[in-house]
Ligand binder design. Structure first.
Ligand SMILES: [Zn+2]
Length: 195
């Protein structure tokens, strides 16, 4: 069945694109998209996480990556990543600038992909207003999907997520294998990985 959306009925393609862009700007607080070789590197990590942790649940629905904009970074200075419903992941530019894709970056992307997974599965893994933000459901989802999760504090709750050492090694091995077939980006992707 063809989806009919009356609000889009009389738009030209350009108008429709403009509207999509405006919606994106609103949803992301005007965050800048990650661009260039970094996108390929981040997609490789997301794809490797999909295979190693999520049993290829995402397939082609990989996240869109953004840099955390200054206002959000100022308000949540401790946040290494931010998940945007539905399907965007923000990372800190200064982390990438300083360290590239290191273990912390992989774990950050993993954390946000757990939110993405829970979002698609309709699992309520955060709670606004009072009490802990990351609920026990978030911890359970990490544990089910190749990671471990610790309680951080009474505000952020179960926010500390990381891959198990075995899963982290498997993710890196996959990315390394892909990089070998795509030599242009080797420098950018692996500069911080001690071999
Ligand atoms: Zn989170």
């Amino acid at each position: 069945m063809v989806k009919h959306d009356p609000s889009k009925a009389n738009l030209t393609f350009e108008e429709w694109m403009e509207r999509k862009k405006a919606e994106e700007r609103e949803k992301t607080h005007g965050a800048e998209r990650v661009s260039g070789p970094r996108v390929h590197a981040l997609y490789d990590v997301a794809q490797a996480l999909d295979r190693c942790c999520f049993d290829r649940y995402f397939k082609h629905v990989l996240p869109t990556f953004y840099y955390i904009p200054p206002d959000i970074e100022a308000a949540h200075s401790e946040a290494r990543g931010v998940y945007i419903p539905t399907g965007g992941i923000m990372i800190r530019r200064r982390d990438y600038d300083a360290h590239g894709i290191d273990d912390d970056m992989i774990n950050t992307i993993y954390h946000e992909m757990v939110h993405f997974y829970d979002d698609m599965k309709r699992i309520q893994d955060t709670k606004d207003g009072g009490g802990v933000y990351h609920t026990a459901a978030f911890a359970a989802s990490c544990q089910k999907n190749g990671g471990i999760c610790w309680f951080s504090d009474s505000v952020t709750g179960f926010s500390r997520a990381a891959l198990t050492p075995e899963t982290l090694a498997a993710v890196k091995a996959l990315v390394r294998r892909w990089v070998k077939t795509d030599l242009d980006f080797v420098e950018d992707r692996l500069s911080t990985w001690a071999t």
